[in-house]
Ligand binder design. Structure first.
Ligand SMILES: *Cc1c(COP(=O)(O)O)cnc(C)c1O
Length: 311
C-alpha cells in the first residue's frame, strides 16, 4: 500500500524558495497509523511464517505502538499481549481502552520489571512461558521493521525527486530503515524527540548492523527535543497549531509536531540551500492526542483529537 505525497504551501517555504512535500504515512491505514504499520508488517508476516499464534510486545500506557499492534493483531487473527509500563488504572485510558476493545490482553508491570524488556534472561523466560508467541521489542523496532520502512523509500523514488528527507526519531527503527534503503542517495535528517547524547546514533547503527559504516548521508539532530520526550513549551504548541491551520494537516506535539518545529527552525537558520526539495515523513501518532486531551494536557477544541472508544 502506497501512502500519498502532497506538497505543502507555506509563506516561509515560498520566501526561502524551498519545495516541501509530506509523505502521509499517517493516512496509510485508517487505524494503524504511520511508521508502526511499516514496522509491524514484516514482523507479522514472520510470525505467521513461523506458525506463531501470539504477539507479545511492550509499551507505555499511551503508546502508539501498543495501539497499532492491537489492531494489527486483530486483523491478522493473532492473539496479542501488551506488557504495559505502569498501573492497572490506565486500562481505561484512550489508548488502552481501544487496545482492549481490539482484543489485546494487557499485563501491567512496575517500572523495575519494565526495564527488563530487552534483557536476555527475562525474554527467554517470557518465551518459555509463551512458546507460541513472537516477542517484538518496544516500538516494534527490530531488523524486520527495517524491511517495512524500506518501502517508504521505494515509494518516494516513484513520487518525487528530492534532496532531504526528515523524520522524527524515537527508538531509531524508522530512521534506520530509511537510511538502509536509501543507501546514501539523499540526505536523511532524524529529529530526536527525546533528550540524549549519542544513544540514538548507537541504536541506529546497531539496527543497521555490521555494514553501518557504509551509510554516511544521515544525521540525528539533537537540538529540537523541546525539553525531552513528551515535553514542549506553550509557544511550541501554538507554533504547531498554526502550522496545522496553515497546512490543513493534523500533527501532534510528541513526534510529528517536533519535526515541523525543527523544519521551521532549520529554515530560519538557512540550513537548506535555495531551491532544495524537502520531504517530511508524517509518521502518524494522532491517537496520542486522545490521551493528552484526557489528561488535560491539551485543549481538545484546538487539536485534531480522535474519538474515544464508545462501547
Ligand atoms: C513511534 C513513533 C515515532 C518514532 O519511531 P522510531 O522508529 O521509534 O524512531 C515517530 N513518530 C510517531 C508518530 C511514532 O508513533
Amino acid at each position: 500500500m502506497t501512502s500519498i505525497l502532497s506538497a505543502i504551501k507555506h509563506p516561509v517555504f515560498e520566501q526561502k524558495e524551498l519545495n516541501v512535500f509530506i509523505k502521509r504515512d499517517d493516512l496509510i491505514h485508517p487505524i494503524i497509523s504511520g511508521n508502526k504499520w511499516r514496522k509491524l508488517k514484516h514482523n507479522l508476516l514472520q510470525a505467521k511464517a513461523e506458525n506463531k499464534n501470539t504477539i507479545i510486545s511492550f509499551g507505555g500506557a499511551f503508546s502508539n505502538h501498543i495501539h497499532a499492534l492491537a489492531y494489527a493483531c486483530k486483523i491478522n487473527d493473532l492473539n496479542c499481549i501488551g506488557i504495559i509500563r505502569g498501573e492497572q488504572q490506565y486500562q481505561n485510558n484512550f489508548t488502552l481502552s481501544w487496545a482492549k476493545h481490539w482484543g489485546m490482553q494487557l499485563k501491567f508491570v512496575d517500572r523495575k520489571t519494565y526495564k527488563l524488556r530487552n534483557d536476555e534472561n527475562y525474554l527467554q523466560a517470557l518465551q518459555q512461558q509463551y512458546p507460541q508467541a513472537m516477542i517484538v521489542p518496544e516500538g516494534g523496532s527490530n531488523t524486520l521493521a527495517l524491511e517495512g520502512v524500506a518501502e517508504v523509500i521505494t515509494e518516494l523514488l516513484q513520487q518525487v525527486n528530492y534532496d532531504y528527507l526528515l523524520t522524527p526519531v524515537g527508538s531509531g527503527g524508522t530512521l534506520a530503515g530509511l537510511i538502509k534503503a536509501d543507501s546514501n542517495q539523499h540526505k536523511i535528517l532524524g529529529i530526536a524527540v527525546l533528550k540524549q547524547d549519542g544513544y540514538l546514533k548507537d541504536e541506529v547503527n546497531k539496527l543497521l548492523g555490521t555494514e553501518h559504516s557504509k551509510f554516511n548521508n544521515w544525521q540525528i539532530m539533537n537540538d529540537f527535543h523541546r525539553g525531552g520526550y513528551g515535553k514542549y513549551k506553550t509557544e511550541d504548541a501554538s507554533r504547531i497549531l498554526d502550522f496545522i491551520n496553515t497546512s490543513g494537516i493534523p500533527f501532534e506535539p510528541v513526534y510529528s509536531g517536533k519535526m515541523i518545529l525543527a523544519l521551521l527552525d532549520l529554515i530560519t537558520q538557512d540550513y537548506f540551500p535555495k531551491g532544495a526539495t524537502i520531504v517530511l515523513l508524517h509518521t502518524g501518532g494522532i491517537q496520542g492526542l486522545g490521551g493528552m486531551a484526557e489528561r488535560g494536557l491539551i485543549d481538545a477544541s484546538l487539536w485534531p483529537v480522535p474519538n474515544r472508544v464508545d462501547i
